[in-house]
Design a protein around this ligand. Structure first.
Ligand code: SF4
Length: 302
């Protein structure tokens, strides 16, 4: 099937099944373009919780589809590629976090949305990179544990001087960034402003002209008077940046900023998901209700 026919089929099946397609900014451009909504974790979570469609096709990774199911339990949630996971989410397990909680009952568990439903169920509140700073301010006077991203956790701890322990997890692509790569790119593009996601190590974040969530970076380049940027996050966001600012110049900090799991999904997988109802994501009800509380608390505070 050629690309145009496949896009037409996706649109036909979407109507037939009363489905909505959500695509994360890190998906390939073709998938972002065929989606009804494209965004970061926070925005897509909000859409998932509000949609009146029967079926949610989540072009992203497993924890995102799980989050949609937690927020919209009556909907059928489909993840086009069953194996699309997030290595960072798997770096904190239910058993290890449960043990930590037993040993540290005084600590509030703040959980990055990039985590499994079972880990969310053990947590007091979730955050995304878009709302982490806003949500964390409500817990500033309390002892905290932040799971699983040590880099975003360290960034928050440093910025707000928090009594916060951080789990030693990380995003495999952002964690590999370092000052040598940054300095090389800055010397190649002397007029470019360097912007970065706080999943990068703290020294890299501090070297940036602007740090923010994926959505924050997109808004920043749209609103900035500057014309040239070195972008330190997953390369999928360049699709939206170039669409929104066709006259500005964007350089990806390194070609390694490509998430293997995010890029597993193809247009054909989205088509097959709709056609064959694959692959349905479910969450056990007792886990779902506890995880819902952590997500709902986040929504109310953000
Ligand atoms: S970019 Fe990093 S945090 Fe996001 S899905 Fe890929 S590995 Fe996980």
């Amino acid at each position: 099937m050629d690309k145009i026919t496949m896009i037409n089929e996706i649109n036909r099946l979407k109507k037939e099944k009363n489905a909505v397609i959500l695509a994360h900014y890190y998906q390939d451009g073709d998938i972002q373009d065929v989606a009804d909504y494209t965004g970061d974790s926070l925005y897509l979570s909000q859409i998932a919780s509000e949609t009146d469609k029967d079926v949610i096709v989540f072009a992203g990774v497993h924890f995102m589809a799980e989050t949609a199911k937690i927020l919209s339990p009556m909907k059928k949630v489909l993840l086009p590629v069953k194996e699309a996971g997030c290595p960072m989410a798997d770096m904190v397990t239910y058993a290890k976090l449960k043990k930590y909680k037993r040993e540290n009952p005084e600590r509030v568990i703040v959980c990055y949305v990039n985590s499994t439903a079972k880990v969310k169920a053990l947590s007091d509140v979730c955050v995304t990179s878009s709302n982490a700073e806003k949500v964390i301010k409500h817990y500033q006077d309390k002892p905290l544990m932040y799971v699983p991203d040590k880099n975003l956790g360290t960034y928050l701890k440093d910025k707000y001087d928090l009594d916060m322990e951080v789990w030693p997890g990380f995003c495999c692509i952002h964690n590999n960034l370092n000052l040598k790569i940054v300095n090389e790119m800055k010397s190649l593009h002397k007029n470019a402003s360097f912007i970065v996601h706080p999943e990068a190590p703290l020294d890299v974040v501090k070297a940036a002209d602007f740090a923010g969530s994926t959505k924050g970076l997109l808004n920043h380049v749209i609103n900035s008077d500057l014309n040239e940027f070195i972008v330190g996050t997953e390369e999928g966001i360049l699709h939206q940046m170039k669409k929104a600012c066709p006259n500005k110049i964007f350089h990806i900090l390194t070609p390694d900023l490509r998430c293997y799991d995010m890029k597993l999904t193809t247009l054909e997988d989205v088509y097959l998901a709709l056609k064959e109802d694959q692959f349905e994501v479910n969450v056990e009800e007792d886990i779902r209700t506890k995880a819902f509380i952590a997500l709902d608390t986040m929504m109310k505070l953000s």
